[in-house]
Design a protein around this ligand. Structure first.
Ligand code: SF4
Ligand code: SF4
Ligand code: SF4
Length: 328
């Protein structure tokens, strides 16, 4: 290898080393999770109080003007018989699902038991659906934290469908002008001073509306009580004067789901069986948005490094060419 070529390679290596983005893991590049908005509103869903009546599903459909759905195997049953869809869909914003095991005899028991869970948008504190949407059609209210959807802005790319850790946004495939369907926390009712329809009709207080900080205190109060103690479970809105639902404190799993998962959610869950059995997965505390946005911003900032590298290489190539000519 002649001297000028060696000098070029050594110089290039030095330029590259100085300009390269340090080899850090994606976790090290993440930004902080976003905080809970100052007046965050949410829901405490207590699976042990849910009796699976699905009044919330019907009320949701009525309040949001979406049609009823029938699973295919029920379609020919009888005229006028209906059942809800098996999961949330382009036409169903919430469903009640059931975990079962063995003989399915005891409610809220993991062994030979069953437990209900209500499935809809969790109104994440740092939502990935908002982060991935290229046209800001998914929006998080900076004050109350409700995650809403603007169909006029939506371009139908469905990034939100793939980005949501809970598989919540549903695309309306059967509509030529299909849009995304998801729970928007009945914001239209809230603007009129009403509470979300599902919380309004829930007979047991399993779906309870309120400020997230107060709902969290309520959840911790329940967890601190001894199983079997009588308790006045609030119904509708926390702090409302509507009659309570009196029942015994159940044997809760000692975890409020939604406090930390993917940066926190404004819907919080209590349950008598492990949350993952109810389709609420174990998730990291870092929001997906904090990871992806942190890496993206570092890469954009990191564009300076490749440009510096390119400039350095051009300089070295020119200098090597000149030296080579001088040596000849
Ligand atoms: S649950 Fe999914 S759709 Fe709802 S706010 Fe979180 S990321 Fe968005
Ligand atoms: S808050 Fe409204 S849209 Fe969301 S699940 Fe309840 S009733 Fe349906
Ligand atoms: S209305 Fe309440 S009790 Fe009935 S299914 Fe819905 S959450 Fe459960």
């Amino acid at each position: 290898m002649d001297k000028s070529r060696r000098r070029f390679i050594q110089g290039a290596a030095g330029v590259a080393a100085g300009a390269a983005v340090p080899a850090q893991s994606a976790k090290a590049l993440r930004r902080e999770n976003k905080p809970l908005p100052p007046n965050a509103l949410g829901m405490l869903y207590d699976s042990t109080l849910c009796i699976g009546c699905r009044a919330c599903v019907t009320a949701c459909k009525e309040a949001n003007d979406v049609p009823v759905e029938q699973p295919a195997h029920l379609r020919d049953w009888n005229v006028g018989v209906w059942d809800t869809g098996e999961d949330i869909s382009g036409k169903t914003l919430n469903t009640i699902r059931v975990f079962t095991h063995g003989t399915k005899q005891q409610k809220d028991r993991e062994e030979n038991g069953y437990a209900f869970v209500k499935r809809h948008c969790l109104h994440c504190v740092d939502p990935s659906c908002v982060s991935v949407c290229p046209v800001s059609a998914m929006l998080k209210d900076p004050d109350n934290g409700i995650v809403t959807y603007d169909p006029d802005a939506c371009i139908g790319c469905r990034y939100c469908v793939y980005g949501c850790p809970f598989s919540v946004p549903q695309y309306q495939f059967d509509d030529a002008f299909g849009k995304i369907a998801k729970c928007e926390f009945c914001q239209h009712l809230q603007k009129k001073g009403q509470i979300p329809a599902c919380c309004d009709v829930c007979p047991t207080g399993a779906s309870l509306f309120g400020r997230v900080d107060e709902l969290q205190q309520e959840a911790e109060r329940r967890l601190s009580r001894t199983p079997g103690d009588r308790y006045e479970f609030p119904r509708g809105r926390l702090g409302d004067d509507r009659p309570t639902h009196e029942a015994a404190i159940p044997k809760y799993k000692p975890h409020v789901y939604g406090v930390s998962e993917v940066g926190g959610t404004q819907i919080r869950y209590l349950a008598g069986v492990p949350h993952e059995k109810l389709g609420l997965p174990k998730l990291p505390d870092d929001s997906y948005a904090s990871l992806s946005e942190g890496v993206q911003h570092t890469l954009y900032k990191g564009m300076i490094a490749p440009l510096a590298l390119l400039g350095g290489l051009i300089y070295l190539a020119r200098r090597a060419t000149k030296q080579h000519e001088d040596e000849d």
